[in-house]
Design a protein around this ligand. Structure first.
Ligand code: 5AD
Ligand code: SF4
Length: 468
């Protein structure tokens, strides 16, 4: 990289909006800047460079950027000197528009495919140019993004995200992702393994593989074969220090046999799957261009549970998509009851310019959306409480992550991402323990450590399902 800023300590404040992929990207931006003398700061007031890593998925998320830019502009007007960058999906979608609307308040606007070029972009902005970089470059950014220093990874904790796939070819009619993140791309096996090895060497015990459509991942291995996500998880499971593998987020039509078999055969793959359905109504699924019916989705879940009986489900739901009637919404409520989600995310439909949904007739009034969202949330919360209670009496593997609030207490996560509290010594942090669950609260469960855990065998899983 040429023309990079001179080497003197500077501070960067990165504010992350939106999904886990943005969380990952923010860390990678910090990693890209570290060799150029930038240290992360948690205080915006302290920063030489402020980066807003933005989200475009719903209108509210996207509008936040402009209000934040207004606030930052005010600080600059008061005499504070710092550079302002806008990254992420709003930058990608509205690069020139941001530069125009936030004239004098923004120094650089750059999309997710340009993060490896950040030092060079800063240098250009430092010469007074307003930089807008939203092209999809030829080179693979992952080949150019430096790995985090070991101590930085250690400080980030025992669990880590690893983006393996970006973009989406599905074109659901409500969604901006295919436009902002572009076509589906998969990182090759060896590149993913190298990054995973670095993370695991620095003490990471749990990896969550990320992608907008992660189960569509198909990458080349070192022999030039194309392999699927199940095979990638098998290769990752060979890393001795790695205890757990997760992946998110998935599309129902990409739940291949190969991936189902991985859930059956790979004990490091957690029995918890985020599989959005969006709606329980066939008419709405069709209008959403989801390419699967309600029955298809339920059949997939049946097959997943046949492969891994202790699997718990998570999902995303949109209420108030154009044309959604009371009867359609009732179908969404009924699919929630039928599946029994361990967790779920719910959204009011948000009109996104440029997507087919935006020009559909029969837009649902805001008040109706709000009513439906409240009803759905109530049902889902009750389901989550039921799920919490259903693990009482079971013995779960818990990754011990941190000291608890009280002395002698530990905090960890169950395979189902539930927060678990238990008594135990701090030396257990970083290990996976078997914990007998004794009670459930609204947002956490409590248990007692019974024995150190080994990788689960099929017979252990069966015994747990019998108990559930
Ligand atoms: N309005 C509301 N929710 C949306 N999502 C995506 N686009 C929209 C939209 N226009 C939700 C979907 C998706 C999740 C990441 O965000 O449920 O699965
Ligand atoms: Fe958006 Fe997911 Fe549909 Fe792709 S599959 S268009 S990312 S909702």
């Amino acid at each position: 990289m040429t023309d990079v800023p001179e080497l003197r300590p500077k501070r960067v404040f990165i504010k992350t909006y939106g999904c886990q992929m943005n969380v990952y990207d923010s860390d990678r931006m910090a990693d890209a800047l570290a060799p150029h003398g930038y240290e992360p700061t948690l205080a915006m007031d302290d920063a030489d460079l402020v980066v807003l890593n933005t989200c475009h998925i719903r209108e509210k998320a996207s509008e936040k950027v402009f209000s934040e830019l207004g606030r930052l502009g005010q600080l600059r007007a008061e005499g504070r000197h710092f550079m302002i960058g806008v990254a992420g999906c709003v930058a990608q979608a509205e690069g020139e528009e941001i530069a125009r609307r936030a004239k004098g308040r923004v120094d650089l606007v750059f999309g997710p495919q340009s993060y490896h070029r950040l030092p060079e972009l800063i240098a250009r902005a430092g010469r007074g140019e307003v930089v807008v970089e939203t092209e999809f470059p030829e080179e693979d950014k992952f080949e150019h993004l430096p790995a985090a220093r070991r101590e930085v990874t250690v400080a980030r904790g025992l669990t880590a995200f690893l983006t393996v796939q970006e973009g989406c070819d599905k074109f659901c009619s409500f969604c901006v992702v295919p436009y902002t993140r572009g076509a589906e791309t998969s990182r090759p096996v060896e590149q993913v393994l190298a990054e995973a090895r670095n993370l695991v060497d620095a003490g990471v015990r749990e990896l969550t593989l990320l992608g907008q459509n992660v189960n569509a991942w198909h990458g080349l291995d070192s022999k030039g074969r194309t392999v699927g996500l199940g095979e990638l998880c098998a290769r990752l499971a060979e890393l001795p220090g790695l205890a757990r593998i997760r992946y998110t987020t998935s599309h129902p039509s990409d739940m291949t046999d190969e991936l189902l078999e991985a859930h059956r055969d790979n004990p490091k793959l957690m029995p918890y799957l985020h599989l959005p359905v969006q709606s329980g109504s066939d008419a709405i699924l069709k209008a959403m261009n989801r390419r699967h019916s309600r029955a298809d989705y339920l059949r997939i879940i049946e097959r997943i549970k046949a492969a891994r009986p202790d699997m718990a489900m998570s999902g995303d739901f949109i209420v108030g998509f154009p044309g959604e009637t009371d009867a359609d919404f009732a179908e969404t409520l009924s699919i929630v009851r039928e599946v029994g989600y361990a967790s779920a995310y719910t959204f009011k439909y948000s009109v996104r310019p440029g997507t087919p949904g935006a020009t559909m007739s029969d837009q649902v009034p805001e008040a109706v959306k709000a009513e439906r969202l409240a009803e759905l949330n109530e049902l889902i919360s009750a389901g989550i409480r039921d799920f919490g209670r259903s693990v009482v009496g079971r013995t779960l593997d818990v990754l011990i992550e941190k000291p608890g609030r009280q002395p002698g207490q530990l905090g960890g996560r169950s395979p189902y991402l539930q927060a678990v509290h238990m008594a135990g010594p701090e030396r257990l942090i970083g290990s996976v323990q078997q914990v007998e669950i004794v009670s459930a609260r609204n947002n956490s469960i409590e248990g007692k450590i019974v024995t150190p855990a080994e990788p689960r065998t099929a017979s252990f899983i069966e015994s747990q399902v019998a108990l559930a």
